[in-house]
Design a protein. Sequence first.
Lengths: 414, 140
Amino acid sequence: MKLNAFEQAMRAGEMGAARQRAIEQQIQVGRFFDAEDFVEVVQAHIMADTESLGEAGVRFLEELAAEPESDNRVCIPTITDPRGADFNTFERIRHDPAYVELERRADQAFRALGILMTDTCINYQTILPPVRGEHLAMGDTGVVIYSNSVFGARTNYEGGPSALAAALTGRTPRYGFHLDEMRRGTRLFRVEQQPTDWSQWGALGGFIGREMGSYYDVPVLDGITSPPGSDDLKHFGAAMASFGSTALFHMIGVTPEAPDLATVFANPVPPARAIKAKDITDFFASYAMPDDALDVVVFAAPQLSLFELDRLAGLLQGQQIHADVSLLIATSPENKRAAERMGLDARISKSGAILMEGVCFYQMHARELGEANGWKRLMTNSAKLVNIIGGYGYEPMLADMERCVASAIAGRIV
Amino acid sequence: MNSVLIQGHPGIGPKATGLALVADDNFSARYDLNRIEGVFSRPAHKLFGQAYVGKILVLNIAKGGVATAWMLHEMASRGMAPAALLLNYANPIIAQGAAFGGIALVDRFDVNITARIITGDTVSVDPATGEVIVSVAQPA
C-alpha cells in the first residue's frame, strides 16, 4: 500500500503506540484486499458488545484506555453500536450480573478514549445521517447497508477492532465500497408485489440476501412502485445484510445512485430474477412453528424508531401481556427518552412489556438469557433476528407486529 | 502420503497446520457457533454439532454480521479458536478479525476450496504466500 508522509509517521510510532498498532492492523487488511492506499473517513461507528468482546476484548480496551491520552484518543467523531447490557432493566430479564459488570468496564474504557456512547444501530435515524459521497467506517451491517444504499455514503463492514483502528487513525484502506467500480449492480431482481409491512420488507431483504454469492454482490431492485419509508428500508437492508453479508443495494427510482437500470449497471443489464408473492410467503413459512407454544416476543434488530414505538404503544394500549410470556423491546437511548417524554414508554410498560435502551436482543448473551428465563420459542417481526437467533438455541417465528402483540397477549401463537 | 498444492490469494496471520473440517456452507462466528463449547450450533448449518477447535476450517463464504471480528480474538484467548480459516471468499469482517486475533486466513483459491479438501485431510497453510498444502492418505 502507498502511504503518505502522515501515514508513514504514524506507522513509525511518531503518534504513539496505539495509532502505530492500529495502522499496522489496517495495512494487513488493506493488503489482503489489494487496497492501493488509505482514504480519510469522517465518522466511525464501533460494534463492541461485551458478548463479542469477552474478557479478552474488555481487557484490550482497558489496556488501551490506560495509555497516555495523547496516544489513545480517537481523532474523528466515533459512536457506538448497541451494548451488551441495559443497566436499567437487567434484573427484570435475569441478566447475569457478571456480564453487566463486564459491560460497565467496557463502557468506562470507551469513554476514556473519547468515544460517544450512542449505543445504537439506527444512528442514521437518530444521531447524524450520512451524506452522499462521505467516506465512513461503520461497524454494524445494518448501518453499513443503509448508509451506502439509501444515502450514497461509502463504507465497508468495519468490525469492532477495525472501526476502532479507523477512529484512531482517521482513515481506512481504500477497497470495496469506497471505490466507484465496486458500487455498480451485479444482480437484478424484479419485485412483483411490493411489501406492505415491516416484516414483509425484512422477508424480501432476507430472500435476496440468501441469493447473494459474496460480499461484493450488489443487488438491484426494480418494480418498486411507491417509495418505501425509512423503517421499511431499515428492515429490508438489515435482513439483506444479515442473510447475505451484503453491504449495498440499489432500488431503481428510489436510492440515489440508481435513477435507472443503465446507470446502475456497468455492463449490459443482466436478466431479472422475478420475486413473486409466493417467494415471500415461503420465506415466512420457513420460520413457521408446528404448534402454538410461545415463550418470548421480541421487537429489536434493528432497534425501534419512534414511529415503531408509537405503533407498538397503540397496540398495547389497555392490554396486558400474558403471565407466561415476556415481551421485550429494544430501542436507542435517544428514542427511549423521547418515548418517555411523549408518554409511549408509560403505555408500553403498563402492559407488562419491557422497553430496553442501548441494547439489542441478540447482542446481550441471548443464549444465557434463554436458559435463565426458560425462553425457547421466540416470535418477532424482525427477519434479521430470526436469521441470527436459531444459533443461540431458540425456535424463531416470523410474523407481523400485530400478530406478535396479539400472541403475547394470548400467551400462545395466534 | 500424496501432497497437493492449492494456491490462494496471500492472506493474514501465522502459518498453521491441522486436520480439515469442511462443508459447502458459509461462516459467521455469531450465527453458527457455540463458542463456549466449541461446536457449530446453528441447526441448519451443515457442520451442526461438529467440534471446530484447532481445526483447519474450510467453508464457502463469510456471511452474517460484524461480531466475528472481535470473536476470533476472544476465542483465541481461551484456546477455543480454529487453527485457520480457508474460504472461497472472505469478507472484510473475517479479514479484520484474523488480523486482530492472529488467526490464519486465506481465500480466493484457483479451485472451489470446499470441493478440493475433505474433512480429515491434513492441511498446512502459509498465509504469507497464500499456499495451502493438503496431505491425503493413499488408499490401502
